[in-house]
Design a binder for this molecule. Structure first.
Ligand SMILES: C[S@@+](CC[C@H](N)C(=O)[O-])C[C@H]1O[C@@H](n2cnc3c(N)ncnc32)[C@H](O)[C@@H]1O
Length: 235
């Protein structure tokens, strides 16, 4: 079973949205498991202190290496990847999510304050991963994003496995546009080709739309796609 272990000073935030919908049903069905550890439980003073002033001065507080180190040692006892959610980290991609979903699970450390003492990152082999170029107030929502993206890829979790194969990023392209009934809505019809019954034409139209959208919206992905699948330069 795929196991997510989360270390946080806000354990009450979990499972949160992960307890609803697809991920929640899969959790209840035992397709994956979630263990949430309260970092504060590893503090040793009566105030359960987990942070302290930054060495060298400056604003904010820093999560303490000794407390976090103990929390990691007590909970990360197997060889699952140990990831620290961090805006400085390597941006997550669908390819990385697929690799993490295929592994036994993940250990996720949620930062707070200005971040965590650098020494614990090195000493416990934490790999920093980011969910995007913006700053959240804590790693918990980022951890939920990562878990949600992994869980939906676990065998049997998504109803229609084929839908994964055609999703955005899976092939290096954004997904084509979707339509459903009514046939005409506010004067806007569904493109004729989609109601033609010609599966070959539908597939060709979807592929052309996926390429058009990727080229227009994500030139970075389009260039990478051309290199990977066509061995050519961006056109
Ligand atoms: C307020 S942020 C710290 C930001 C840090 N001082 C900086 O400038 O990079 C607190 C915590 O939120 C989490 N976090 C914030 N933005 C994130 C992002 N884009 N991806 C993943 N985690 C993030 C991290 O765990 C981080 O330690």
């Amino acid at each position: 079973m795929w196991c997510a272990g989360v270390l946080t000073i806000f354990p009450e935030m979990f499972p949160g949205p992960l307890g609803a919908s697809l991920a929640g049903k899969a959790l209840a069905a035992g397709s994956w498991s979630l263990t949430v550890s309260d970092i504060r439980a590893f503090a040793t003073d009566k105030h359960r202190t987990v942070d302290d002033r930054p060495a060298g001065g400056g604003p904010g507080m820093v999560m303490k290496a000794d407390v976090l180190g103990r929390a990691i040692d007590a909970t990360a006892t197997d060889d699952r990847a140990r990831l620290l959610l961090s805006p400085r980290g390597t941006p997550l991609t669908q390819a990385r999510i697929e690799a993490l979903a295929a592994a036994p699970g993940v250990i996720l450390v949620c930062g707070r304050f200005e971040g965590v003492d650098e020494r614990v990152i090195a000493a416990r082999g934490l790999e920093e991963v980011s969910i995007g170029d913006y700053v959240l107030s804590g790693g918990e929502l980022a951890a939920m994003v990562l878990i949600d993206a992994c869980v939906r890829l676990l065998p049997g979790v998504m109803g229609d496995e084929a839908s994964h194969a055609e999703e955005s990023f899976t092939e290096g392209l954004l997904e084509y546009p979707h339509y459903t009934r009514p046939q005409v809505w506010e004067g806007r019809p569904i493109p004729d080709v989609l109601t033609s019954g010609d599966h070959g034409k539908v597939a060709a139209w979807r592929r052309a739309e996926a390429e058009r959208l990727t080229k227009e919206r994500r030139p970075d992905l389009w260039t990478a796609f051309l290199r990977r699948f066509r061995g050519g330069a961006a056109g």
